[in-house]
Design a protein around this ligand. Sequence first.
Ligand code: KG4
Ligand code: ZN
Length: 347
Amino acid sequence: MAESRKLNILGIESSCDETSVAILSDDEVKINFISSQHFHRTYGGVVPELSSRAHLQIVKPLVESALKSANINLSEIDLITATAGPGLIGALLVGLTFAKGLCYSLNKPFIAVNHIEGHIFSGFLMESKPEFPMLVLVVSGGHTLLLYIENELKIFLLGTTVDDAAGEAFDKVSKLLGFGYPGGPQIEINAAKGDQNSIKFPVADLKDQYNFSFSGLKTAVLRYVQKNYSNGNIPNFDLQNISASFQKALVDALIQKTYLALNNFKVKSLSLVGGVAANKNLRDEFNNLADKYKIPCVIPSLSFCGDNAAMIALRGYQLYQTGIRDNLRVKPYASIPENHFLRMKTG
Ligand code: KG4
Ligand code: ZN
C-alpha cells in the first residue's frame, strides 16, 4: 500500500518578544527560525509597543527565508498555524493576522494555537515522544502549570501559581540583584559558582496541594539583600550564593509538587517544558525524579524550551489530525480563557 503523503505545516509564533517561523513535515521539524528582540534588555522588560513593531518588520522576511531554507513554496504548504494567545495583544495580532492573510489568499486550512498548549506538547518535537497519560510541568515567564494529559484533547489542570510564575520569579530576583532581563540564564550562571545551601529561603507550601506560590520567595530574597547590603553593594560571592540558594528553593518547590502528583496519578511519562525548562538544575532534578518512578522523562532540547514556532506548528498538526479547523475570525487573547483546561478533582 502506498504511504500517504506527509503534510507540510507552517507555524508562526509572535506572542511576546520572539518572532518565530517553523516548517514541519508531519511532526518532523524542518525549520525553526527564532528571531529574539534583544533590545528590550535596555528597558529591563518587554515593551509591548516596541515588540509589535519589531514583529511587523521581521515576520514576512522570516517566513520567506524559512520557505527558502526548506526548499518549498507556499503552494506546497498544507496547513497554516499561528499563536492566538495568551500573550501581548499587539504582538499576537501581527503573527495571527499574517497567517490568516496567507490562509485567505491561498485558501489553506488554518489552526489558531494556544501558546501554552504549544509548550505542553513540545516534548513531541523530540525523537523519543512522551506517552499518554503524561504529567507535564509548564514553567515559563508567564505561567506555572502542573497538568495531567490523558490524550491530545483531554488536558486536566492540577495546579497553577497563585502569584508569580517561575520564570517571573527568576526575572524579578535577577532585576533585584542587578543582573537584568531575562533573568533565568543570568541567575543560572551565577548560581553555578555559589553555594546553594548557604542561605535558607522559604517557599510557601499551599493547602491547595498542587498550587505554587513564589512571591514570598522573591520577598525573602529582597529582605535578605536589604538587611545585609543596605548600601546596595552586594559582593560577587554573595550574588552567587543568593542566586544558588534562590534557584534551589524554587527548583525544590517545583519538584515537591511534581513528586506529589506522581504519587497520586499513574502516568506513563513525565515532561518538563517552557522557558525555565532550559535550567540545568531543574532538568537534572526532573530526570532524577522520573528515574525514581522508572518512567521516561521528556524535556525538549533548548531551542524548543523557549518560545518557538515549531511547538505551535506541532500543536496545530495534532489538532488538525483530530479534524479540528478554525475559521479566520479568530481573535487574539491576552490570557488563558477561564475553564480552558479541564479540572480534575484532586481531593
Ligand atoms: O517560555 P518562555 O520563553 O516565554 C514565555 O512564554 O513566558 O519563558 C521565558 C522565561 C523567562 O522568565 C526566562 O527568565 C526564563 O524563561 N528562562 C530561564 C532560563 N532560560 C530562560 N529560567 C531559568 N533558567 C534558565 N536557564
Ligand atoms: Zn512561552
